[in-house]
Unconditional design. Structure first.
Length: 300
């Protein structure tokens, strides 16, 4: 079996442990119909390889795949693409436990070839359904013999509309700043700035497809919501306190992304430059970084 389906008759989640434990779809049942809260990545017209995936052992990008940590220089592969999104989302995980509403999987970089990270590490990922809540726990452990810089997060996509095309979509998230992107490469080009008006969703407002956003926010409070009022569906977030950053991606496509993460884009280089907002955690040998993320779907 390649995919596993978790189903409690309120939510239905399909995951693929052979490909990063990626979520392939998430749907909620409303009046006998299943609505795609996350788009179904198995639909080739969407051009998505997954509806959601996890970011381990760091979130987002490292500029040119290069960084200096504790005086030593490192070069990752895929530097031309800034070595983005860590290196677990296309690799097979081991299924440790599964039931009708829960799956727990494990990853050990030492059992894979050419993992794009200088330190050996393990990870554990859990998804569980409880009513209309999807809860996840993600753990990263340093298996090396020296201190390892670390970060993690989730990269979920959501459907822009549920019951009719172009229905209104409303979003509310609270953050305190945004990293500038003067080079248009999603690498912070300077210190934190205040939000531009089109980036400010501190109060509930409509998110339109023509409002292009692809940024990393800082000072995320771990909460937030978005919804489709015409369809009577609302999603609320609850993240652990160490998810201090939020990546927000709003292309002119049938989906958007709101990604709770623990570190900034290019966080390890920000850390090496002394930036206190980097979010990078230092793990001693055998030490772990753990975060939780839950989304609840409310129906009218």
């Amino acid at each position: 079996m390649s995919t596993f389906t978790l189903d409690n008759q309120q939510l239905r989640l399909i995951v693929d442990p052979e490909q990063g434990v990626n979520i392939m779809s998430l749907a909620v049942q409303q009046r006998g119909a299943w609505l795609p809260v996350m788009p179904d990545a198995r639909d080739p017209s969407l051009g998505l390889k997954a509806s959601s995936f996890v970011l381990v052992p760091y979130s987002n990008r490292i500029e040119n795949g290069r960084f200096i940590f504790h005086g030593q220089s490192y070069q990752l592969t895929n530097g031309e693409r800034h070595a983005s999104h860590g290196d677990v989302r296309t690799r097979a995980w081991v299924v440790d436990e599964t039931s009708a509403t829960r799956i727990r999987c494990a990853f050990d970089s030492r059992t894979h070839e050419a993992v794009n990270w200088p330190w050996p590490f393990t990870a554990a990922l859990e998804y569980a359904l409880d009513g209309r809540t999807l809860a996840s726990r993600l753990t990263l452990t340093n298996q090396g013999d020296s201190v390892m810089p670390a970060g993690l997060g989730w990269h979920p996509y959501y459907s822009r509309w549920l019951t009719r095309q172009d229905e209104p979509l409303q979003v509310q998230v609270r953050v305190t700043g945004v990293y500038p992107d003067a080079n248009d490469n999603r690498i912070p080009s300077g210190p934190l700035q205040t939000l531009a008006p089109n980036q400010d969703f501190s109060t509930l407002r409509e998110l339109t497809p023509d409002n292009f956003i692809d940024v990393c926010f800082y000072g995320y409070d771990g909460n937030g919501s978005f919804g489709w009022p015409a369809s009577g569906v609302k999603v609320t977030y609850a993240c652990s306190a160490n998810c201090t950053h939020l990546v927000f991606f709003n292309p002119a496509k049938p989906y958007f992304a709101i990604e709770p993460v623990t570190n900034a884009n290019n966080g390890i280089n920000l850390y090496s430059q002394g930036d206190p907002t980097s979010g990078i955690q230092l793990l001693e040998p055998g030490e772990s970084l753990q975060a939780t993320f839950a989304l609840t779907v409310d129906l009218e």
